[in-house]
Design a protein around this ligand. Structure first.
Ligand SMILES: [Cu+2]
Length: 354
C-alpha cells in the first residue's frame, strides 16, 4: 500500500470510528432495555409486516372486553358495554381521556403511553411480532393526502380508500372493510376526506381560517420547522402542533380524514389512528432530540379549557410537570410523565427507523 493509500485508509477508519462514537453518544441503549424495538414507516413494513399489523388489529377486534377496564371518569361517558371487544376497550380508554389528554399538557405524554401500551397488548394477546407503525406524510403524500398509496384497496394489507356518501362514508375496501366498532354506537369504520375541515365549527370557539388547506400543515418544511423551533419550550411546541384555534397539524390531520378519525373521543376506532399518532410521537421524539433543552421540557396545564382556548390552548389550571400522572383507565399502568421522556429507556425501549 502506498503512503497515500495508507493515509486514506487510516482516515476512513478514523471517520468510521468517530461516526460510531457520535452515534453511540446520540442514541445510547439505556439501562432497563435489553434491546430497542424499531418502529417503521407503514410502507417500509413490506407486505408481511403490514399483514401482521392488520391481522393483530383484527384479532384484538375479535377478543372480548376485559372487565378490569376501569374508566377514570375524567370525561362523562356512556357506560361500558360488557359485550364489546378488546379493541373497543382501547377506544373507550381514549374516550375516557378526551378531556384530560387533549388540549392539555398531557397530550404528547398520554399518547406515547397509550400507543406503547396498545402495542404491548397486540403483542401479548394477538402474537403480533411487530411494533406500532407510523405514516410519514412528508414523503410526498402531503401534496394529495386522499390519494396517498397507503390508502390501498388490497383486501389483505390495504388501509382502504375514502368512501363517499353512497356508503354513508363507511370504509368498504381494503383490509378493514366492514370492521365493527361499538362506540359511540355500533357501526363500521368511517372516513370522509375534506381538505377544508375548518369550514365547519366543531368546538365552542370558531376557526380563524375556514379555507385553510389541511395539508399545508403536513409539508416537509412544516415538519422541519416544528422540530427546530420552540427550543426549551414544550408549551409553545404543543401549542403550535395543535395550532391557533386548533388549526395546526394535529387537528388538521384528524379532521381532514373525517369520519371516526375526526372525533376527538373515539378516533381510535380507525386503525389509521395508530399510524397518525405514531408520526406525532415521532415528531415529539425528533423535537426532544433536536436540543438538550427540549428533552425533558414539559408544560401546559392539566385542565382543558375550550371556553378560553386562545389563552390556554395547552390547558389551564395546575401546571403539568414531570411528576404529573398519566392515567390509562387500567388498560395499562398509571405512570409519571418523567418515565415517558426517553423512548430508548425505562419501559419504552424503542426508536424510530427514520
Ligand atoms: Cu387522542
Amino acid at each position: 500500500m502506498s503512503p497515500m493509500a495508507i493515509m486514506m485508509h487510516t482516515f476512513r477508519l478514523l471517520a468510521l470510528a468517530s461516526c460510531l462514537v457520535s452515534a453511540a453518544v446520540a442514541h445510547p441503549v439505556n439501562s432497563g432495555c435489553k434491546s430497542l424495538a424499531i418502529r417503521k414507516e407503514w410502507r417500509a413494513l413490506g407486505y408481511e409486516g403490514q399483514k401482521a399489523y392488520v391481522d393483530a388489529i383484527k384479532c384484538l377486534s375479535a377478543l372480548p372486553h376485559d372487565p378490569s377496564l376501569s374508566p377514570t371518569g375524567a370525561t362523562p361517558l356512556q357506560p361500558l358495554d360488557a359485550n364489546s371487544s378488546r379493541y373497543d376497550d382501547v377506544v373507550y380508554t381514549h374516550m375516557d381521556a378526551t378531556n384530560s389528554a387533549h388540549f392539555t399538557g398531557r397530550f404528547f405524554a398520554w399518547h406515547r403511553h397509550f400507543l406503547h401500551t396498545v402495542e404491548g397488548i397486540l403483542r401479548d394477546k394477538c402474537q403480533y411480532g411487530g411494533h406500532i407503525p407510523y405514516w410519514d406524510w412528508t414523503l410526498g403524500d402531503y401534496a394529495d393526502i386522499k390519494h396517498s398509496s397507503i390508502f390501498s384497496t388490497d383486501p389483505v394489507v390495504g388501509l382502504g380508500t375514502f368512501p363517499d356518501a353512497s356508503t354513508n362514508f363507511t370504509v368498504v375496501d381494503g383490509a378493514f372493510a366492514n370492521l365493527t366498532r361499538r362506540y359511540p354506537d355500533p357501526h363500521h369504520v368511517q372516513r370522509n376526506y375534506t381538505i377544508h375541515p375548518f369550514e365547519t365549527q366543531i368546538f365552542p370557539f370558531s376557526f380563524n381560517l375556514p379555507y385553510k388547506d389541511a395539508n399545508d400543515t403536513q409539508t416537509l418544511d412544516e415538519w422541519n420547522k416544528i422540530i427546530t423551533s420552540f427550543v426549551g419550550n414544550y408549551t409553545a411546541f404543543q401549542e403550535y402542533v395543535d395550532g391557533v384555534r386548533a388549526e395546526g397539524l394535529h387537528n388538521a390531520a384528524h379532521l381532514s380524514l373525517g369520519g371516526d378519525m375526526a372525533n376527538v373521543a373515539h378516533s381510535p376506532n380507525d386503525p389509521l389512528f395508530f399510524l397518525l399518532h405514531g408520526q406525532l410521537d415521532r415528531l415529539w421524539a425528533k423535537w426532544q432530540e433536536h436540543d438538550p433543552a427540549n428533552f425533558h421540557s414539559i408544560g401546559g396545564g392539566e385542565v382543558q379549557d375550550l371556553s378560553d382556548f386562545d389563552a390556554f390552548p395547552a390547558g389551564n389550571g395546575t401546571r403539568v410537570t414531570k411528576d404529573t400522572i398519566i392515567y390509562l383507565s387500567n388498560l395499562g399502568p398509571d405512570v409519571k410523565i418523567e418515565t415517558l421522556f426517553d423512548i430508548r429507556g425505562g419501559n419504552l425501549c424503542y426508536e424510530y427507523a427514520t
